[in-house]
Design a protein around this ligand. Structure first.
Ligand code: DAK
Length: 257
């Protein structure tokens, strides 16, 4: 891996993917995105890992797709590289992903954060879809996910003017889970990850799948999907462990079985 670093923490339950092109503000070139896709695919299959965190550095989560790499590209070039399959793959990750965002989360960087399941932001984080300023528009979910998170008026303004919003505003608008001082954003993301990692990983993944489903289907179908997952969890050892632990007044020890 040249442009990301992958490490594990908390009894290997938590995997941390750090975007690592600091000089370019973590601009997402094809190779970096390929590495993120491959790492997520591997971590999703890794039984030890329960929660994944994606982060950048204090100055930038990611300042967008690599403009220098894209500048000379034609429609045919873009079609042939089929970068969307990379993004689709990321979106298919079953384990919960937390984006720990500090500094710039712009364009593809904002889209990557929104593709994650939760966002913990530092007070210095800035979110934006500035593609309009370089003659294009969001292409990796920005017009859809931002609109679903913020509503039409705010999303439209951000997408059509390219203006950034602060972490504080992003929290007010419901884009991020919480905002903390810059020196604490990783600690806070790890805290959230640990809390989720102490639950049954099967229940967590099925619950994630069900919440995500609500964005895709009408309520009736979503409720049906939720019920199937709910029933399914009653065939897991974790369900027995969780409920028995409650009855026996002890802490549950979930094994993901
Ligand atoms: N691409 C390439 N290099 C970038 C970059 C980017 N997006 N952002 C910053 N850099 C580089 C700068 O060129 C500079 O490099 P040197 O000139 O030193 O070699 C270095 O990072 C530091 O940046 P600045 O000197 O500009 O730093 P400042 O603090 O002055 O400004 C800034 C920070 C973030 C406001 C500014 O760098 C900026 O405006 N950056 C561009 C932000 C942007 O427009 N982002 C959207 C890019 S378009 C797709 C999926 C997704 C996408 C496309 C396709 N498919 C699946 C097909 C997404 C598209 C985008 O994200």
């Amino acid at each position: 891996m040249e442009f990301i670093k992958v490490t594990k923490a908390y009894d290997k339950y938590i995997a941390l993917i750090e975007l690592n092109r600091p000089k370019e503000l973590n601009a997402l070139n094809l190779q970096l995105m390929g590495e993120v896709r491959d790492a997520l695919k591997e971590l999703d299959q890794d039984d030890e890992v329960r929660v994944i965190i994606i982060t950048g550095n204090e100055r930038a989560f990611a300042a967008g797709a690599d403009i220098k790499q894209m500048a000379g590209k034609t429609t045919v070039d873009m079609w042939k590289t089929d970068q969307f399959s990379t993004w689709d793959q990321i979106n298919k990750t079953r384990k919960p992903i937390i984006a720990a965002v500090s500094g710039f989360a712009l364009g593809g960087g904002c889209e990557l954060a929104m593709t994650c399941d939760m966002i913990v932001a530092s007070e210095t984080a800035q979110f934006g879809q500035p593609e309009i300023k370089i003659g294009v528009m969001p292409g990796a979910g920005g017009t859809q996910r931002l609109t679903k998170a913020l509503g039409k008026a705010k999303a439209m303004e951000m997408v059509l003017t390219g203006k950034f919003i602060s972490a504080e505003e992003a929290e007010k608008l419901g884009l991020v889970n919480r905002v903390v001082p810059v020196e604490l954003y990783m600690t806070e993301a790890l805290k959230l990850a640990k809390e989720i990692a102490s639950m049954s990983p099967l229940a967590v993944q099925m619950a994630k799948e069900s919440v995500k489903r609500s964005f895709e289907v009408p309520l009736e179908e979503g409720l049906h999907f939720e019920r199937k997952n709910f029933y399914m969890l009653f065939s897991s050892e974790d369900q027995k462990e969780g409920m028995n632990a409650f009855v026996e007044k002890r802490k549950a020890d979930f094994k993901g079985k």
